[in-house]
Design a protein around this ligand. Structure first.
Ligand code: SF4
Length: 328
């Protein structure tokens, strides 16, 4: 058995039971991604890793043994799913007797492209539970800078927005936090994300607990288990949990946005983009200016100029825009 698997953290109540449930899957076998991934946003779809054979722990249970981890990383976009998940993870850790100092929140700061106040809200959510938060932004510039440098907007086929601005920064956080532990052995890390099956067919295929080979690398420094604690929750359950937690939701929801993260997500519905252009006109204008400079449309179907025109027309007509959700 390879070193990275031999020392992998226990994710079910008995190690033998876990090993019995260990099955090999390929991407063609059920569409499960080979290797690992860290999609970190409220609206980011999972990014499939490339190459290799996936090894996942078939979920004998949907809750790992939290006491076995040196570090519990909670990815937060400050969106509703992250917010509900954070409350749930903290409650589970408290119930298991895990000290909260072992839980750290991570927020990928997207700069101009995320809704105003998002990074502050993520910090507020962490502070509510007395947790440390690590916030990292891509040092070369935010996503709009990146789009201009590449001369193209991201798309479902080229989701460099997620890989470079979220997953890559989350890996940096893992590297930094594991180094701080000075364990002298591979750190056992639980990486928690607020993905829900309801959000898309791709997410519905995800397994709630798996060993993340991509995030673990060779497994000699860190061994990362991915946990999706609210994978089977409905949106109603999410809002109910937030109400019980008593933490503030981002005002973009009250304004009608179904999701947070980037104001203008390349995967979003037309109506959501039009509403976002009404709510964040200055940022919409920046996108439109970039679009003109690079000569590449926001999406194949829709330019930012068209989105702004529709937003202005709706505003002038006094028509309310009802933003439809989208698969992510
Ligand atoms: S554009 Fe959409 S998919 Fe890309 S990082 Fe932003 S929210 Fe995620």
């Amino acid at each position: 058995m390879p070193q990275d698997r031999r020392n992998a953290p226990r994710v079910v109540s008995g190690a033998k039971q876990a090993l019995r449930g260990l099955e090999r899957h390929t991407e063609a076998n059920g569409g499960i991604a080979p290797g690992g991934l860290i999609p970190t946003g409220d609206s980011c779809p999972p990014v499939l890793a490339t190459g290799g054979v996936s090894e996942i722990l078939t979920p004998v249970t949907t809750t790992p043994d939290l006491t076995t981890f040196d570090l519990i990383l909670v990815n937060t976009s400050a969106g509703k799913d992250s917010q509900a998940m954070l409350d749930y993870v903290v409650a589970q850790a408290d119930a298991a007797g895990v000290d909260r100092s072992r839980i750290v929140c991570f927020h990928a700061d997207l700069g101009r492209v995320e809704w105003a106040g998002t990074a502050d809200l993520a910090a507020e959510h962490a502070a509510h539970y007395g947790l440390r938060i690590v916030t990292i932004a891509r040092p070369q510039g935010d996503l709009l800078d990146h789009i201009e440098a590449r001369g193209m907007f991201p798309s479902s086929a080229a989701r460099y927005c997620t890989s470079d601005h979220k997953r890559g920064q989350a890996y940096k956080a893992l590297t930094m936090l594991v180094a701080e532990l000075h364990l002298g052995r591979p750190a056992r890390v639980l990486n928690c994300m607020g993905l829900r099956a309801e959000e898309s067919a791709a997410r519905a295929k995800r397994t709630p607990v798996r060993y993340d080979r991509m995030a673990s690398g060779k497994g000699t420094v860190r061994q990362v288990t991915e946990w999706l604690p609210i994978l089977d929750w409905t949106v109603a359950q999410v809002w109910e949990r937030i109400a019980q937690a008593g933490t503030n939701a981002h005002p973009a929801y009250a304004a009608g946005m179904p999701r947070l993260s980037c104001c203008f997500c390349v995967l979003a519905s037309r109506s959501a983009l039009v509403l976002a252009a009404q709510l964040a006109p200055a940022l919409a204008a920046e996108y439109a200016a970039v679009e003109l400079r690079i000569g590449h449309r926001f999406t194949k179907a829709l330019s930012m100029g068209e989105i702004i025109a529709q937003a202005n027309a709706a505003t002038e007509a006094g028509e309310g825009v009802i933003a439809a959700d989208w698969a992510a």
